[in-house]
Design a binder for this molecule. Structure first.
Ligand SMILES: C[S@@+](CC[C@H](N)C(=O)[O-])C[C@H]1O[C@@H](n2cnc3c(N)ncnc32)[C@H](O)[C@@H]1O
Length: 278
């Protein structure tokens, strides 16, 4: 039996392929892909070392731009099911974001949120900077490990999102450490006069090079910078017709050649670039 996420259904079934379509979750939660064709294949064709002769496997074409997660969705669901779930308040924030905000998929996924939370709890950063607050989900995750006398500055140019911040930040203990700023991050960061232990960049992609330079300027030596969406749904592999993919590919190459940093690109969700300022 083909293992796919519960919202997907098989709409056509021929001898060598399936067409899978995906329903919109009734709560509005989840990604909406149109449809995807998967071909029947053998385990050996996918992996020459595979010895499971009797199983049927399905090849998912990686050029399908609708397929947002680059990791097989059943693996993703397994990983989510075997990770500590978000606290109820964060689950409610996810749900309200999908119900009420335009482009809700901009919010970090629960798995990515859990990773940001764990990183924050490992580093216990005193000062954190976030560029791109959106509804405040990642800010609450990143604030989780900040000690009581620490602070997270988060910046978003969309002031209408403040209703979310005012509602959700006070609901969790780490929320009191979050200071929300509204306006263009490029002009606000230099006014904050702080140096940071951890920076999370998750805003407009065409400014990533400028955000990266500012992050390096205001990060302490040995600080960490995490940058979201650097694989751009896998389009960086063949970026020709997508200006953000062209830009992000060039950005990834620039960081990889930058002697000021140590970097690892994690293929998690839309690609997370983790950088240490040397
Ligand atoms: C992908 S969302 C951030 C998601 C959030 N980090 C999360 O995981 O929940 C990007 C946000 O960046 C904001 N943004 C875009 N350009 C900006 C700029 N120049 N300065 C500040 N914020 C900006 C947008 O308003 C949007 O809310």
């Amino acid at each position: 039996m083909l293992s796919i996420d519960p919202l997907a259904f098989i709409s056509e079934n021929t001898s060598d392929s399936y067409v899978i379509k995906r329903k919109l979750n009734p709560n509005g939660v989840g990604f909406l892909h149109n449809s995807i064709v998967v071909k029947r294949t053998s385990c050996k064709q996918l992996n020459p070392y595979c010895n499971k002769q009797n199983s049927t496997y399905f090849e998912i074409p990686n050029n399908n731009s609708q397929f947002c997660n680059m990791i097989d969705e059943s693996i993703l669901h397994y990983a989510e099911a075997h990770s500590t779930p978000d606290q109820l308040i964060l689950q409610e924030l996810q749900r309200e974001t999908f119900l009420k905000v335009l482009l809700p998929a901009m919010i970090s996924s629960p798995l990515q949120g859990a990773l940001l939370r764990i990183i924050s709890e490992m580093l216990k950063p005193q000062q954190v900077l976030e560029i791109g607050t959106f509804t405040g989900y990642s800010a609450l995750c990143l604030a989780s490990g900040i000690p009581n006398n620490g602070r997270l500055d988060t910046i978003d140019c969309n002031e209408e999102l403040s209703t979310f911040h005012e509602k959700y930040f006070p609901l969790l203990p780490q929320g009191v450490k979050i200071k929300a700023h509204y306006g263009n991050a490029l002009t606000i960061i230099p006014t904050l006069s702080t140096t940071y232990d951890l920076v999370f960049i998750d805003a407009d992609k065409q400014n990533y090079k400028a955000y990266y330079e500012l992050a390096l300027q205001y990060a302490k030596t040995g600080a960490w910078i995490i940058i979201d969406n650097v694989l751009w749904k896998g389009k960086v592999l063949n970026p020709a017709n997508d200006k953000d993919a062209v830009y992000l590919d060039s950005f990834n190459k620039q960081v990889n050649n930058d002697g000021r940093v140590d970097n690892v690109l994690l293929p998690i969700r839309d690609g997370l670039l983790v950088i240490k300022k040397l």
